[in-house]
Design a protein around this ligand. Structure first.
Ligand SMILES: Cc1cc2nc3c(=O)[nH]c(=O)nc-3n(C[C@H](O)[C@H](O)[C@H](O)COP(=O)(O)O)c2cc1C
Ligand SMILES: Nc1ncnc2c1ncn2[C@@H]1O[C@H](COP(=O)(O)OP(=O)(O)OP(=O)(O)O)[C@@H](O)[C@H]1O
Length: 143
């Protein structure tokens, strides 16, 4: 039984997320997903959708066996419980594969880090671009 772990913000959902999680699931037998905490997202703007609602949506995906909220202080903490065989990184996730692999080894985790390079290309296959489109269409009308 190979347990795969995927992680991410998953703010405004789109087909790129379905594509990523389907790819992640295909690497093993079961898929766990760690949803990033609002307080831990510092590499981009604060998500529109609060963490509890982001978790609820990812939990409803058919390819996902279990979704959990991450830790608010230590990204390695939830791995003790999940104990994944594979940690999958999306094409644009900021982690360096080698450095993450090294950090995991130093902490005694067995997981192998796998980067999936494929991206689904469509105009609105990005939470950021959905937000931009909404602002273009409705932003100017704000009183
Ligand atoms: C192995 C691993 C564990 C993670 N654990 C957590 C965590 O416990 N809490 C959290 O808020 N983010 C955690 N993250 C980070 C996010 O879930 C996410 O990967 C990061 O914010 C960048 O994702 P994005 O490109 O989807 O925004 C973890 C990431 C990795 C790779
Ligand atoms: N179009 C896409 N194709 C493949 N994977 C994607 C795509 N969009 C997002 N992902 C993957 O889904 C996971 C969660 O992504 P995230 O929540 O950052 O969405 P995003 O749409 O890329 O957000 P933003 O537009 O704010 O950067 C990441 O691993 C990311 O690489």
């Amino acid at each position: 039984m190979t347990r795969v772990l995927a992680t991410g913000t998953f703010d405004l959902l789109h087909p790129g997320h379905v594509f990523f999680l389907t790819q992640a699931r295909s690497l093993g037998d079961e898929l766990y997903v760690l949803v990033a905490r609002d307080s831990m997202i510092k590499h981009k703007a604060r998500p529109i959708v609060p963490e509890g609602q982001r978790l609820e949506m990812i939990s409803a995906f058919g390819v996902v066996d279990k979704a959990l909220l991450g830790s608010e202080s230590d990204i390695f903490e939830p791995l003790k419980e999940i104990d994944p065989d594979i940690i999958v990184l999306g094409h644009d996730q900021f982690f360096d594969t080698g450095e993450l692999q090294k950090s995991l080894g130093e902490r005694g985790f067995k997981a192998k880090v796998v980067r999936v390079d494929d991206a689904m290309k469509c105009e609105l296959c990005s939470s950021g671009r959905i937000i931009k489109r909404v602002l273009e269409r409705y932003g100017q009308n704000e009183e």
